[in-house]
Design a protein around this ligand. Sequence first.
Ligand SMILES: NC(=O)c1ccc[n+]([C@@H]2O[C@H](COP(=O)([O-])OP(=O)(O)OC[C@H]3O[C@@H](n4cnc5c(N)ncnc54)[C@H](O)[C@@H]3O)[C@@H](O)[C@H]2O)c1
Length: 272
Amino acid sequence: MELKGKTAIITGAGRGIGEGIALAVARAGANVVVNDMNFENAQGVVKTIESGGGKALAFKADVTKKAEIDAMVAATVAKFGTVDILVNNAGIESSPMLLKDIPEKQWDRVLGVNLKGVFLCCQAVIPVMMNHNKGRIININSLAGRRMTFFGSADYTASKHGGVGLTLHLAWELAESHITVNAICPGATLTPLAEAGTTPEYREMVTKRLVPLGRWCTPDDIGGAVIYFASDNADMVTGQLLDVDGGVMTGYGEDLRPIVRKRMEELRAKAG
Ligand SMILES: NC(=O)c1ccc[n+]([C@@H]2O[C@H](COP(=O)([O-])OP(=O)(O)OC[C@H]3O[C@@H](n4cnc5c(N)ncnc54)[C@H](O)[C@@H]3O)[C@@H](O)[C@H]2O)c1
């Protein structure tokens, strides 16, 4: 129970990756605030945690609204006494389109949730963490923050690159308060968001082309990385980006294997 007695806020935790993180963090012994705009989903996750013997609170708040986020942090402190861990997971992706066609409203919304939301949640928890001279901020970024998205549009890519900048800058700024700030960059992860926007054929093609380890990530894979950053094992780790992507960032997927192996055999045969 690496996180026994700690309190974590997970944003956008009503489903998908956030739900997986909330369940993993609860299994590790932490009290969990399950934030989501969809209150019913958040309540469902809380029920699951409580039925496993954990402690949790569902809180409806839009990460783009300062007053709602401040209220969430106040409610967390009132119920559990403090905030030790913030996981900025809430995020949205627009449908794929060329930059010339992106409506201004869509740009504002994607940047609002994925970047301003991280800013507002950090701003709300930092004073609480500073009181204890310790804290963990973990940003769920994306391979889109390392390269680009192959699901959505440039607005998403830009928002996630902004998230990388915020992670690095904050890691430096908060180091003297012993608050670490790290980011996890998931590769393609099977969640309702990803499932709704793709076909099984598309997903298989992506795996073959891009994922050397040969499958999509699960929310549990991301939860495991969150536990590491939140645990005492990561006391000296800050300003880091951890790709949890099955090897996508090596740049070579399964498709390349038969080609490379065939060439090796040919060269070996030639050499005798
Ligand atoms: N699924 C993937 O393949 C993938 C890959 C890389 C990164 N990510 C990132 O992981 C995070 C979670 O993605 P997911 O696939 O689980 O998405 P999802 O749509 O399945 O879940 C996102 C949750 O966030 C909530 N949410 C959305 N806007 C919110 C807001 N303004 N305030 C509070 N809650 C809000 C939604 O209600 C939803 O429950 C996102 O930041 C996403 O960019 C996902």
